[in-house]
Write a protein that binds this ligand. Structure first.
Ligand code: PEP
Ligand code: MG
Length: 583
């Protein structure tokens, strides 16, 4: 029996036998062709391109029907890439100019593009590498005549293990055959992970060497709740996991009632559970799942989806759609959280984008863009409750300058007679140690704080949040992170400032008691987790949570913190935990 740890990306447990998929990339030799043959190669390429576009169109339609609009956007993005002359034209030039085979030209072009994305060192671009390989594989499949082949050999239900999986492969999985999957590469936000969640297939990624260790037919367990894969589990472990799996199914059913009920502790303290969204249509999902509003709208996705700066009206329309779906519940808009490298294709990549010209820094350098987003957000404030917050603020002058621009925009709107809510709360994300350590000062400058643990952990612990090689060092349970959270909450409560938390830790139920015990009353989480978090809130009382927080404050390692929080959570909702051998 061997236990491997990776990144959990889609919940649930899969028990079965390994179905190994090979590396999707292939080596293609450079082969010169004659001038006449090069014309034939060009025709082959055009045919492969046309067939791939037709395949993608039907895959997009099928996915839209089966999995919904969000999942289908991935194929719309692929279609966009295949019609981008910047990508396709150089392939044609290589074929005719360098006189190489169509497959060589395609593989070189995609390899260079993937390397360029990888070098940008930014999570949003790193995830696009999957898409590049996916398209590469699709075109090569057409040119070299690859078929679905290997997947057709999966005749009985199995657990797919692969070095990596492309979004197309994942979307093509037959849910009745693929019980779960595990890959060497990947991160929580990759498109493959998003599809796994949409399909409801338990999945663990970033395992580094699982594909080398697992062979076809090996017994395996994929624990998508904890990010663990067990190869050759013994009978006892299998029995424990089977029992756990049954309890979890029961628990998931019990969540339905949490949707209707308020998130109120046993001693009657109201906690607000909000949703984090990337696209406006998700606001309706937040409401349907019993959320109290949107605690984080990652507005930069409007930009990333369009591949350009949205216009004021496009911003307005997106926020209007969300506000109207929320029916009086608040919408918290975070202004563009973009890095300079994400914006201008061809602009020189920064050496260290996480520490570079990004987020509020960029907005303050591109004031016209910033102003049009603020205008749209303020215009929507006339239609329902809106809050605006700025990402990655590290010094007071940034916050003051951003706020001054808001005031200026308000004056313009007033002059133009455009309605808006003059009292729209203006807040900031607390996602760096600098902001946390200065929380008392910042509390005088803002109307609310929102703690972004994803970045707070990264910057406090000096661990890249997207790097699978240091994933084991990345933990919100680290006492240094917890001290900063405590500091922020304390600074906020001294001035009666609302403080919420919107990083992934807010949706991890092992943290719920601790966060309530630290004084947090607003948690903003991935929409699908809203019922689970509400269910936990409804099972605890504040005194109990404060005791947990005091005890956690005495620990000096994240291991102790995690183990203790897990035990405490297990004591109140045993059905979620309970005797999994991986623990
Ligand atoms: C965070 O940093 O915790 C956060 C919520 O923002 P993002 O994940 O978009 O960086
Ligand atoms: Mg952040």
């Amino acid at each position: 029996m061997e236990t491997l740890r990776g990144i959990p990306v889609s919940p649930g447990v899969a028990i079965g036998r390994v179905f190994a998929l090979d590396d999707v990339r292939r080596r293609i030799p450079r082969r010169k062709v004659s001038e006449k043959q090069s014309r034939a190669e060009l025709t082959r390429f055009e045919d492969a391109l046309a067939t791939s576009i037709a395949e993608l169109q039907s895959q997009r339609e099928r996915t839209e029907l089966e999995l919904g609009g969000e999942a289908a956007k991935i194929f719309a993005f692929h279609l966009g890439m295949l019609s981008d002359p910047n990508l396709i034209e150089p392939i044609r030039t290589r074929i005719t100019g360098e006189r190489v085979t169509a497959e060589y030209a395609v593989s070189q072009q995609f390899k260079e593009l993937a390397e360029r994305f990888q070098k940008m060192g930014d999570a949003a671009f790193a995830t696009k590498v999957d898409d590049v390989w996916d398209l590469d594989r699709r075109l090569l499949g057409r040119l070299i005549g690859e078929h679905r082949g290997r997947m057709d050999a999966l005749t009985e239900a199995g657990v797919v293990i692969a070095p990596e999986l492309t979004p197309s492969q994942t979307a093509g999985f037959d849910r009745t055959k693929v019980r779960g999957f595990a890959t060497d590469t990947g991160g929580r936000t990759s498109h493959t992970a998003i599809l796994a969640r949409a399909l409801g297939i338990p999945a663990v990624v970033g395992l580094e060497r699982v594909s080398l260790k697992a062979a076809d037919g090996d017994p395996v367990i994929v624990d998508g709740d904890k990010g663990v894969v067990i190869l050759h589990p013994d009978d006892e472990t299998i029995a424990q996991y089977e029992a756990y799996s049954l309890r979890m199914q029961e628990f998931r059913r019990s969540l339905d009632e949490a949707v209707e009920l308020p998130a109120e502790t046993l001693d009657g303290v109201r906690v607000h559970v909000y949703g984090n969204i990337e696209f406006p249509d998700e606001a309706a999902k937040v409401v349907a799942l019993g959320g109290d509003g949107v605690g984080l709208f990652r507005s930069e996705f409007l930009h990333l989806r369009a591949g350009r700066q949205p216009t004021e009206d496009e911003h307005f329309e997106a926020y209007r759609e969300a506000v109207s779906a929320l029916g009086g519940r608040p919408l918290t808009i975070r202004t563009l959280d973009l890095g300079s490298d994400k914006q201008a294709q061809g602009a020189p990549a920064e050496r260290n984008p996480a520490l570079g010209r990004r987020s509020i820094r960029q907005s303050l350098q591109e004031i016209a863009t910033f102003r049009l987003q603020l205008r749209a957000a303020l215009r929507v404030s006339a239609l329902g409750p809106v809050r605006i917050m700025f990402p990655l603020v590290t010094n007071v002058l940034e916050q003051r300058q951003a706020r001054m621009i808001v005031e200026d925009v308000k004056e313009d709107l007033a002059d133009e007679g455009v309605p808006f809510d003059a009292k729209t709360p203006i807040g900031m994300m607390m996602e760096t140690p600098a902001a946390a350590l200065m929380a008392t000062t910042f509390a005088k400058e803002v109307d609310f704080f929102s703690i972004g643990t994803n970045d707070l952990v990264q910057y406090t612990l000096a661990v890249d949040r997207t790097n699978e090689h240091v994933a084991s060092l990345y933990s919100a349970a680290h006492p240094a992170v917890l001290r900063l959270i405590k500091e922020i909450v304390r600074a906020g409560s001294r001035r009666d400032l609302p403080v919420s938390i919107c990083g992934e830790a807010a949706g991890d139920i092992e943290y719920t008691m601790l966060l309530i015990g630290l004084g947090l009353r607003s948690l903003s989480v991935t929409p699908s987790l809203i019922p689970t978090v509400k269910r936990v809130v409804r099972s605890v009382d504040v005194t109990m949570c404060e005791r947990v927080a005091r005890k956690v404050g005495s620990f000096d390692s994240e291991r102790q913190v995690s183990a203790y929080m897990r035990d405490q959570t297990r004591a109140i909702i045993p059905e979620v935990f309970g005797g999994r051998p991986a623990e």
